[in-house]
Ligand binder design. Structure first.
Ligand SMILES: Cc1cc2nc3c(=O)[nH]c(=O)nc-3n(C[C@H](O)[C@H](O)[C@H](O)COP(=O)(O)OP(=O)(O)OC[C@H]3O[C@@H](n4cnc5c(N)ncnc54)[C@H](O)[C@@H]3O)c2cc1C
Length: 282
């Protein structure tokens, strides 16, 4: 008799975690770490900007985590320790083996944005899923008009990738603006919420593409501010988060209205997702 895995259309492969070894681990903030992972055997993962994997701390659990590294490079994840699984992943030292499924989900529309100005609006850990999009824009810089990266965090201590932000700021072909909700001693930068940075960025609103990721409330305000600024709703894209289990559209855990975020997202157009943003997690 055939096993379930042998029946047509019932491959269990996407549900089976592949072992990946942590090769590097870097502390970003007091609760956030960036891990570089390599497959214990077999080919590297082919990931696009905006996609995520299901990352498994053996014996503890599995959570969706966005890819924060460059397409074609090693698998990089930036994780904030908020609960049992994310804490175990953040504690994984070099040599530790984690399970990886995926990549899952759609990508930021970086190819479709070719020829346009691009505005990136990130809040907190939301810069992690957007970083691969920034890498793509920089690698194909001649294909885009103005590019702006607008980033906000709670305090200066919560800013991710600070050295990289400084390098990006030093480029003449990229606008980088950073703000914090609350300044600490020694901070000489801006104070205020990230949507406020939109008015100060140079871009052609009618023809720009906006990529937004952060806490849902921040995305709501950023989306409204972009609209007010003249960016058409169809050109604003946000990455949504809900609890996920399978990553494949089977379990229904990440249902949002009529859509499943793991299968149809996580990246949605503003006009499609705005009405769903009020829908609470099931
Ligand atoms: C598509 C997608 C991509 C994601 N990418 C990333 C990523 O790149 N990096 C990353 O760190 N996280 C990311 N997340 C969120 C991550 O999956 C959750 O933080 C994780 O599931 C928490 O699991 P846990 O078992 O550690 O904590 P839980 O036990 O589930 O949660 C512990 C506590 O933390 C709260 N909590 C849960 N998630 C968050 C959160 N995101 N922020 C603040 N508090 C929270 C819960 O409400 C609860 O009170 C992503 C989620 C999705 C859906």
């Amino acid at each position: 008799m055939a096993t379930v895995a042998e029946l047509p259309g019932t491959s269990l492969a996407p549900m089976t975690a592949r072992p990946f070894r942590v090769v590097r681990r870097r502390r970003e903030t007091s609760d956030t770490w960036t891990l570089e992972l390599e497959p214990v055997a077999g080919p590297p993962l082919d990931v696009g900007p905006g996609q995520f994997t299901m990352l498994y701390a053996f014996g503890i659990g599995e959570v969706p985590i966005s890819v924060s590294g460059e397409a074609g490079g090693p698998l990089i994840h930036t994780v904030r320790a908020v609960g049992a699984v994310s804490r175990a992943i953040c504690a994984a030292r070099p040599g530790t083996v984690l399970g990886v499924r995926g990549p899952f989900g759609n990508t930021w529309p970086v190819a479709a944005a070719s020829g346009s100005d691009v505005v990136i609006v990130a809040g907190g850990i939301g810069l992690a899923p957007l970083r691969p999009a920034v890498y793509h824009l920089l690698a194909h810089r001649e294909s885009y008009g103005e590019v702006a990266v607008l980033y906000g965090s709670r305090t200066p201590r919560d800013l991710l990738y600070t050295r990289e932000l400084e390098r990006w700021r030093g480029r003449f072909d990229l606008q980088v603006d950073v703000t914090v909700d609350r300044a600490l001693e020694g901070w000489r930068g801006k104070v205020g919420v990230v949507p406020k940075l939109i008015a100060g960025a140079r871009f052609d609103a009618d023809a720009a593409v906006a990529l937004v990721c952060g806490p849902e409330i921040m995305m709501r305000f950023a989306g409204e501010a972009l609209l007010e600024h003249g960016v058409p709703a169809k050109r604003i894209h946000v990455s949504m988060e809900r609890d996920m289990k399978c990553g494949l559209g089977y379990c229904g855990h990440c249902q949002l209205g009529t859509t499943l975020i793991c299968r149809d997202g996580p990246v949605y157009r503003w006009d499609e997702v705005r009405p769903l943003m009020e829908v609470r997690e099931l």
